[in-house]
Design a protein around this ligand. Structure first.
Ligand code: GDP
Ligand code: IMO
Ligand code: MG
Length: 429
């Protein structure tokens, strides 16, 4: 019992949305702590499909308080779009959602800055989601960003906005970018958008700490994945925020002592969207088979995800950085048809995670091959019903990564899940 973080153990899209939605039943509050609408968390409830971007997946359960923490970057237009979509589906968003007054604001010119840096010939493009996420975080750490609270002090906001807009105009001139932006119109629009979200804006760190003191339980929902973390991921092929467990404390304003469990979500194999090193990538028919079986296409951008085998050194590394107390293994069913499954158990001659993407690109993965189970696991809910070879595969992953597997997902829906009785995860839930 207590507060937990649920976060991605790989490069994102591990199935966090499904897992958070499932676990949130036991919590009063679900809080996002980093990222923005670059995230796409898919949740199926019966026939209905939801893709949550900025708003925590917990919003889908009536009565749960959803929090957008200070570490998140907010595009108000995207936020209002998402609110309206959820409201049309009958969710009482305005009653359930709180938005941090300290969260930084994404403006349209952030997307232009992103285009500029992605388009430069002397730089490898990261393959970003083009949502202005990186440039907004740049302004945040550059101490010239604009926060939601600033929108309610119009005079100060206009001064901050003018100076930020001037920077971007200069940049556009220098790099001969032809985009026309009506800066004044955008400024006025943002002041209006701010009024529309005003009733939901508050000091969410205070809200969370007060709630925890009153005995309410909080689930912190990570976005992206540990290997996309700006410090610990495959830099520079990362996102611009702290996607690892530490980000929950800084991005929500809660102390590390308030966290009682860190749950890493990992697929039974590996995927990645965008550019960057990927040691176990399968650039062949097998990769294509996984992509098809797992429907591996981005929830936000629709881009095909790169696919490969499970990578133990990567998981051991993210387990170390995050201190995973348990793992949730998702999409086991995707491997049902394979004659054999392979697992990268080490990188030859390298005991630690290389610091540069060049060194990671050069590692030589060493594989062990396990027999496939060739039998349907989709929708199973009891561990004892899994085929022995699937159980052996999971045991192998747990032993090699050194982390217990507390839960297995056998399909996208809430009830297509096996929770392991007696696990640390079952205890903390
Ligand atoms: P997130 O960003 O980590 O929330 O993951 P995404 O929603 O981007 O991608 C995960 C995809 O896998 C979604 O389409 C989910 O509906 C789906 N999914 C989640 N768990 C399972 C599972 O156990 N089996 C299958 N087949 N699909 C799953
Ligand atoms: P969820 O929360 C997978 C990737 C992008 C790109 C890099 C930087 O759904 O798991 P950004 O727009 O953040 O500057 O892009 O990070 N990326 C994701 N990949 N899942 C995500 O989120 C991602 N969010 C960003 O593809 O390679
Ligand atoms: Mg996703």
């Amino acid at each position: 019992m207590g507060n937990i973080i649920v976060l991605g153990a790989q490069w994102g899209d591990e199935g966090k949305g499904k897992v958070v939605d499932l676990f949130s039943e036991k919590f009063s509050i679900v809080a996002r702590y980093q990222g923005g609408h670059n995230a796409g968390h898919t949740v199926f409830i019966g026939e209905k499909k939801f893709v949550l971007k900025l708003i925590p997946s917990g919003i889908l359960r009536p009565g749960i308080q959803a929090v957008i923490g200070n570490g998140v970057v907010v595009d108000p237009t995207a936020l209002l779009d998402e609110i309206e979509t959820l409201e049309r589906a009958g969710i009482d968003v305005r009653k359930q959602l709180a938005i941090s007054n300290r969260a930084h604001v994404i403006f349209p010119f952030h997307r232009i800055v992103e285009k500029m840096s992605e388009g430069r010939e002397d730089r490898v493009p990261i393959g970003t989601t083009s949502r202005g996420i990186g440039p907004c975080y740049e302004d945040k750490t550059g101490r010239r960003g604009i926060r939601i609270a600033d929108l309610y002090e119009p005079e100060a906001f206009c001064a901050l906005y003018s100076s930020l807009a001037e920077d971007k105009q200069l940049l556009a001139q220098t790099f001969d970018i032809q985009e026309t932006i009506d800066y004044e119109k955008i400024r006025d629009q943002y002041l209006k958008l701010a009024e529309r979200i005003r009733p939901m804006v508050c000091d969410t760190a205070q809200l969370l700490n007060d709630a925890m003191r009153a005995g309410k339980r909080v689930l912190f929902e990570g976005a992206q994945g540990s290997m996309l973390d700006v410090d610990h991921g495959t830099y520079p092929f990362v996102t611009s925020s702290s996607a690892t467990a530490g980000g929950a404390c800084t991005g929500a304003g809660v102390p590390p002592t308030a966290i009682h469990g860190v749950i890493g979500v990992s697929k039974a194999y590996t995927t990645r969207v965008g550019s960057g090193p990927f040691p176990t990538e399968l650039d062949d028919e097998t990769g294509e088979r996984i992509r098809k079986a797992g429907n591996e296409y981005g929830a936000v951008t629709g881009r095909p995800r790169r696919c490969g085998w499970f990578d133990v050194p990567l998981l051991r590394y993210t387990a170390m950085i995050n201190g995973f107390t348990s793992l949730v293994i998702t999409k086991l069913d995707v491997l049902d048809e394979f004659d054999e499954v392979r697992v990268c158990t080490e990188y030859r001659n390298t005991k630690t995670m290389p610091a540069t993407f060049r060194a990671l690109e050069a590692v030589e993965p060493v594989y062990e091959t396990l027999p496939g189970w060739k039998s349907e696991t989709r929708g199973l809910t009891r561990h004892q019903d899994l085929p022995q070879r699937a159980r052996d595969y999971l045991k192998f992953l747990s032993e090699r990564t050194g982390v217990e597997i507390g839960c297995i997902s056998t399909g996208p829906e809430r009830d297509e899940t096996i929770l392991i009785e007696g696990s640390r995860l079952a205890e903390v839930l």
